[in-house]
Design a protein around this ligand. Structure first.
Ligand code: SF4
Length: 160
């Protein structure tokens, strides 16, 4: 790649998801880039202070952009408002991205932090809608394009 890429840590085998699992991707090129030092791994929810495992969370009343401007909120399955953790995680991840000079992000689809174009609808019923997570929205807002695992080809054409 022509620069560094911020990547969801769960893609590279780190067991940081809400359920204590990883979401390892079988992408040899990604492993190679990681070995060569091109990747900056981040888990925004951990960076925001949440533990592993943790309750699943969904955005209610909007999407990532609305959480950033205070018109939507993130709730966990237990009904607790966790917006502040998601905002903290998004800002810390942005700082990390800027510090490492990343040119793009490759993030886990449907996560309320990392999702780039798909999200759950806020009812914890498994319904998928078009939407973006809090961290992905902040990165995009600051000019760092974010791609999901279903947009690998687009990431490739952008970074190579
Ligand atoms: Fe993976 Fe992002 Fe969820 Fe962390 S916040 S577990 S990096 S999808």
């Amino acid at each position: 790649p022509r620069g560094k890429i911020l990547v969801s840590a769960c893609f590279l085998g780190h067991p940081v998801r809400y359920d204590g699992q990883a979401k390892t991707l079988d992408r040899p090129l990604l492993q190679e880039w990681n070995a060569l030092g091109y990747l900056t791994l981040a888990c925004p929810e951990l960076a925001g202070g949440l533990p592993v495992p943790r309750q699943a969370a969904e955005i209610v009343g909007g999407q990532g952009l609305e959480v950033l401007n205070g018109t939507a909120e993130v709730f966990n399955r237990a009904g607790y408002n966790v917006s502040s953790y998601f905002l903290e995680g998004a800002h810390k991840t942005l700082q990390m991205a800027l510090h490492h000079g990343v040119i793009a992000a490759f993030l886990k689809q449907r996560s309320p932090s990392c999702g780039t174009r798909e999200a759950y609808d806020g009812t914890f019923s498994g319904q998928v809608i078009t939407g973006i997570g809090v961290t992905a929205a902040l990165l995009q807002q600051k000019g760092i394009p974010a791609f999901g695992e279903d947009q690998w080809d687009k990431l490739l054409s952008f970074v190579t």
